[in-house]
Design a protein around this ligand. Sequence first.
Ligand code: AMP
Length: 123
Amino acid sequence: MTTPYDADNIFAQILDGRIPSSPVDETPDTLSFADINPQAPVHHLVIPKGPYADLTSFAENASDKELAEWVRGLARAATSAGIAQSGYRVVVNCGADSHQEVPHLHGHVLGGHPLGPILTRRD
Ligand code: AMP
């Protein structure tokens, strides 16, 4: 089922200029900008410009062009930041259990030093 889209979420406000961001890349379908609370030396967010609350909604509703451009934007964020060779991680939180905080699809592109294991076990 598609998650309803909140047109006042913080990334919607970045897209329409209501609040500022630090853009690093833009295409007709995507915007990339620095995370305001970086968790690694490089921490960029790549978002589609369309109204997609999460990855499930995006996969179900976006055009093939939007899907392709977002994936290319993720890789380009790493390349342009100079971490494609050293390695990087892409994180997409989707829904409550993932701790998704902003209900507009975003891929975190993280790198610039060794990132360690992807998750810490809870048990
Ligand atoms: P998530 O928990 O996957 O929803 O991640 C949301 C991310 O958005 C967090 O890493 C925040 O630091 C980041 N964030 C929130 N507000 C802003 C903002 N105004 N500009 C840039 N990044 C933001």
